[in-house]
Design a protein around this ligand. Structure first.
Ligand code: AMP
Ligand code: MG
Length: 234
């Protein structure tokens, strides 16, 4: 029950029970209450705090990948929120979970992607790295993150898999912000070298309705309350 919203970009169909489950839990925050200057910051914590939603996501993705004629040999997750989803899938499938990390975080000899921009601009463009040998020729890799926005992050993962001589089976995220055309960025990159790689978001931005807003209405205080101040308020 998937819907192809653009070529090789899929989401769960509107009547999917998992889509509903995710929508009930997912919260977004406006810039006033979030760390980034994006209109709707999707809070992965609202998903992790609902263990049954996590279980639903895990069971769905495990079944999806286990049933492939050629199942993945590796799950690879993006620093940092991809780390919340990838391991629970990889342990069920019995395959390694590989950490894609920003330059300066991974040990060993590294392969580094081209620099990429994100929906919220960091001070300078970041690059992703993996350890040489963590995947290799013949590896079949699923890439995992919480959100697909402009797609810069996802593309860095495709580059690292390609540059390891491996194949990306699919990029998967909980939320795909369709309007930001993240799948298109990868699919049109480098003369279409990644155009056949499926992108899959469990839900799109239509689940982030006004009712999903996590902002505290009418709050005028500071967003961050220090330890001593918080103690004094107990
Ligand atoms: P992008 O590279 O633009 O596709 O951005 C995706 C990455 O940035 C993901 O790793 C997300 O964790 C984070 N991100 C981008 N936009 C948002 C958003 N609106 N809400 C939450 N996280 C976001
Ligand atoms: Mg991220």
């Amino acid at each position: 029950s998937l819907e192809e919203v653009e070529p090789n970009f899929f989401i769960l169909s509107p009547d999917s029970p998992l889509r509903e489950t995710i929508q009930r839990a997912y919260r977004w925050y406006s810039p006033r209450f979030s760390p980034c200057d994006v209109p709707r910051f999707a809070d992965v914590g609202s998903i992790t705090e609902e263990w049954s939603v996590m279980r639903g996501i895990r069971d769905f993705l495990v079944a999806r990948y286990r049933n492939l004629p050629e199942p993945p040999t590796h799950i690879m997750g993006f620093d940092a929120r991809g780390f919340l989803l990838g391991p629970m899938i990889s342990v069920e499938l019995g395959v390694p979970f590989v950490l894609m990390r920003k330059a300066g975080k991974n040990p060993g000899i590294l392969i580094e992607s081209e620099p990429y921009q994100k929906e919220y601009k960091e001070k300078r463009a970041e690059a992703m790295t993996i350890r040489c040998g963590s995947i290799g020729k013949g590896s079949r890799v699923v890439l995992v993150d919480d959100v697909l926005a402009t797609g810069g992050t996802a593309l860095s993962g495709l580059q690292l898999v390609e540059a390891s001589g491996a194949t990306t089976i699919e990029f998967v995220a909980i939320l795909g912000i369709k309007s930001l055309k993240g799948a298109q960025l990868s699919h049109s990159y480098g003369n279409g070298r990644f155009s056949k790689i499926p992108f899959f978001a469990l839900v799109d931005e239509s689940v982030l309705t006004e009712a999903n807003c996590g902002d505290t209405a009418g709050y005028n205080g500071p967003r961050i309350i220090g330890y001593r101040e918080a103690l004094s308020r107990i």
